[in-house]
Structures are given as structure tokens and as C-alpha cells.
Write a protein that binds this ligand. Sequence first.
Ligand SMILES: Nc1ncnc2c1ncn2[C@@H]1O[C@H](COP(=O)(O)OP(=O)(O)O)[C@@H](O)[C@H]1O
Ligand SMILES: [Mg+2]
Length: 400
Amino acid sequence: MKINVGVFFGGRSVEHEVSIISALQAAKAFDRTKYDVTPVYISREGRFYIGEAVGRIEEYSNIPALIKKSTEVLPAADNGRLKLLRQPAKLFGNPVLSVIDVAFPVVHGTNVEDGALQGYFRTLGVPFAGCDVFASAAGMDKFAMKALFRERGLPVLPCLRFTSRDLSEGCENAADKIIAELGLPVVVKPVNLGSSVGIRLAKDRDALIDALDYAVGFASAVLAEKAVENLREINCAVLGDFDSVSASECEEPIMGDEILSYEDKYISGGKGSKGGSKGMQSLKRLLPAPISPELREKIRHYACEAFLALDCSGVSRIDFLMDSKTEEVWVNEINTIPGSLAFYLWEATGKPYAQLLDDMVSLALKRSRSAAELSYSIDTGILKNFIGGGGSKGSKGGKL
Ligand SMILES: Nc1ncnc2c1ncn2[C@@H]1O[C@H](COP(=O)(O)OP(=O)(O)O)[C@@H](O)[C@H]1O
Ligand SMILES: [Mg+2]
């Protein structure tokens, strides 16, 4: 019997479109002798759709038309699987359109990658690929992840966090605090976005005030971080879980400007790529990164440690910043669902994409098996006592 994998993508996120590209690439790469694949598109309104058109990238040039051609479904629990019910239900006919054995989220950004979608699957009790709820949430918050990295002894840049409330009366005081504690230049970023959205480099006080004002328009908290000079960036992916991890080849993304922009990541494209149609895979990059074997090993080791610091699972990509003059490196961030699932970094180590997906499904099934062994209920008799003790009759004897 083949395993039916539901590839979930889209959602209420600024990285909606990147997710469509990543997910449909993944959906194509599964080994069809082992898997059936059901692509499930989550619209920006948070509605779920399946159907032929949902699996075809060309259809996304006109999303309203795509939705018209597709069938809305409602995911529902089904004893460790997920059934997709026709929505709205019809008077006659079977409402179950598909039964999914493993949910495979390929989503990027807030409201989905941040533990929201993972929590939904966990609540419904279906195995799902990638990080669990906590790691997904921590991996979306640049401040929280740094705290966990620092706790594990990893090098991270000093930073300050400000909430939108801190900045509600203007950004001048925050700017002065940043200059006093971190100096200039600094990088200002929304605490929980990706794809370089809302990020600016500030070299003087005025630019810093503008950068804070700009970033807080995208999130409820922002981070100001010491800027790395003579910047080079190195990324490395890790696959596994708390039992065992392995690191991929390292890549060096190439920047068009001082900061790796959204444009660099998805639009300008690399050699031989047409526009943004290939997602992170099309970024201009050097693969393998031209670094010494010692530095490569250090980065791969740090990447595994960062993965373990958040208790990640499946595949994550860890991004590093480096001062090319001193070769000092800092862990910048972890992407718990990396663009294109970082498959190209595994291909460079000899692991084909289908094998990577296969490993991720195995890890999802392994996690759900170990969760099933945990005890989730203890018979305390609380409810019986509550009802028997008069709890049902107003507050008497029923206070908890
Ligand atoms: N402290 C820093 N110093 C120099 N450049 C930085 C710094 N932080 C981020 N950048 C630049 O901004 C880009 C995006 O920042 P990052 O923290 O990776 O956010 P995102 O989640 O949007 O990718 C990085 O790839 C890098 O080019
Ligand atoms: Mg980044």
C-alpha cells in the first residue's frame, strides 16, 4: 500500500508565493512507487483546496480562476490519519475526498511555518513532516532562536529587541540606546519575517530611526543587531532529529547589494534560471562554498548544534554570517522549512531529492510512533467527582 502524503502550502503569509514554488517542486519529486501525493493549497484566506489545477504551477498566475476550478475541503481527524471532507458538504455522495497518512507542510512564514499549521496537525493527530510545534515557533522568532543558540554556546551577534509599544512614541530613544550599546552600523529586522522583508542596514542615526520605523510596520517586534562587516554568508542544511543528525554541503549565496534581498533570493535568478520560477534553488550561489576544509567542518558542526538547540526535526537550513577578513562566524538564523527544502544542498552530497523526502516522511512516522507511546491521559476521576460532588449545580462544590 502506498503512503498518501498531503503536501500543504500557501497560507496567510507574505511568503505565500515562494511556498507555492517550493511545494510543487517537492510534490513532483516524491518517489511515486512508494507515495501518492495530494497537493493541498491553503489560500490567503486560510481555506483549503485540492484538485488537478492545484498541482499545476501555471494555474497560480490567476488564483481566483484556480480556486473556481478546485474543490474546497475541510481537514478532519480520522484515527491518526487526516480525511479531507468536501466543503460545503453535498446532500448525497461520499464527503471524504482523500485520506492522508502523512501531512507534509511546505509553507514559509508567519501563520503557517511558525507552528500554527504544525499545531493544527498535532491537534488533529496526523503525523507531519518537519519540525514539531515548539521548534517551528522558536525558529520563526529571531530573538527566541538566538537565546537558544546562545544557551548552547553558539556564537550569535549581540542584539536588542523592541516591541511596537516601545516604539509607539517614536524611534529616537530606541535609536540612542542601540547606538550606545551596539554602535553603528546595525541591521534592523522584523523579529519574525523571512525573505529579507522589512530589513535595512543603518549607518547613521537618521537611517536607524527610519529603519526602526520601517521594520515595525511589518511585525509587532523588531531586532537591532550589530552589522557584520566584510560580509560573506554561508548556509548549511541539517537532516535528522534529536537521535541523529547529518549536515549537508555548504553554499555561499551571492548578494547583489549589502544585504541579501528578496530580489536576490527569488527574482534576479541564477545562471540558466528563468525569473523566480525556481525559488531558492535559483539564487546565485557558490556550491560548494569556497571555504577551507576546517571552516567547512566548523560550520557543519555549528549547524548540527543549532538544529539540536531548537530540537528540530526533518530538514532545516542554518544560515551563517562571516567577516571575511577575520573568518569569524555567527549563527544568523535557522529556517525550519527552507526554500526548496534545501534539496540542492543534499544533491551536492549525493542524496537525491526523492531520498530526502523519503527520509523526512520516515522521521515524521518515527515521531508519531514515539508520541503514541507517551501517556496522554491519566484517570484522575476529576470529572466524575466534579459531577458527583454537585459541580453541575452551579458553583457549589464545583470550583476548580
Ligand atoms: N547582522 C547582520 N550584519 C550584516 N548583514 C546582515 C545581518 N543580518 C542580516 N543581514 C543581511 O540581511 C539578510 C536577511 O537577514 P536575515 O536575518 O537572514 O532575515 P531573513 O529571515 O529575512 O532571511 C541576510 O541574508 C544578510 O544579507
Ligand atoms: Mg535569512
